[in-house]
Design a protein around this ligand. Structure first.
Ligand code: PGA
Length: 221
């Protein structure tokens, strides 16, 4: 499973160019999921690709200007949605409680949440990775099925720094003891490091930012 997170990049033109080329060149049997900015989902829907959103509202519906509900995403063709990406936790102050609500809304709308967790560099250095991840996972009490976890150390996102495979496997094993589901790795995944990641039994897939914006680098994964 390779989940492309386009973040706030892309245009209508890029969607059309990207997916025309992607569908033509794709030869591998990977399961690709494209998490696009909301308006671009409508253009991407014309291509037969699996779509996801990057966020949704914690509310079902109502007077919440600027929000997009899980049901709307479902109608727009999304089968997946990122929840709690570190950029959202950091820049939009998303809390444990809000994230739990989002996960519940998505599950009700038959959308699989891709729940992102990860520690900061400081937390890693002071040895609190496990405690931080456990705290983040506590949003998911009693939620055990139809969810994917993405482990993305904050210090590895967009930096070209990535943990050793041993560290990633240790963390994934720890997560599996809390919730038995698919666990993706994300943070500076590129064609050079993808091979080792994909060969690990403890890595069920990849969540990819920068390297997902170009067809060739995405397919090289
Ligand atoms: P990156 O981003 O691959 O550019 O490091 C990953 C992410 O933020 O999901």
């Amino acid at each position: 499973m390779i989940v492309a997170n386009w973040k706030m990049y892309g245009t209508k033109q890029m969607v059309n160019d990207f997916f025309s080329a992607f569908l033509q060149k794709k030869t591998f049997q990977n399961h690709y999921i494209f998490c696009l900015p909301f308006p671009l989902l409508a253009y991407a829907r014309a291509y037969s690709v699996d779509l996801g959103a990057q966020n949704c509202s914690a509310f079902e519906e109502g007077a919440y200007t600027g929000e997009v509900s899980a049901n709307m995403l479902q109608e727009a063709g999304c089968r997946f949605c990122l929840v709690g990406h570190s950029e959202r936790r950091l820049f939009f102050h998303e809390t444990k409680e809000t994230l739990r609500e989002k996960v519940k809304r998505l599950l009700n709308a038959q959308i699989t949440p891709i729940f992102c967790i990860g520690e900061s560099l400081e937390e890693k250095q002071n040895g609190s990775t496990q405690a931080v991840l456990e705290e983040q996972l506590s949003s998911l009490v009693n939620i055990t099925t139809n969810i994917i976890i993405a482990y993305e150390p904050i210090w590895a996102i967009g930096t070209n720094a990535i943990p050793t495979i041993q560290d990633i496997e240790d963390v994934h094993k720890m997560i599996k003891t809390k919730i038995n589901t698919k666990i993706l790795y994300g943070g500076s995944v590129n064609p050079d490091n993808a091979k080792e990641l994909k060969s690990s039994h403890f890595v069920d897939g990849l969540l990819v930012g920068r390297a997902s914006l170009k067809v060739d680098s995405l397919l090289a994964l």
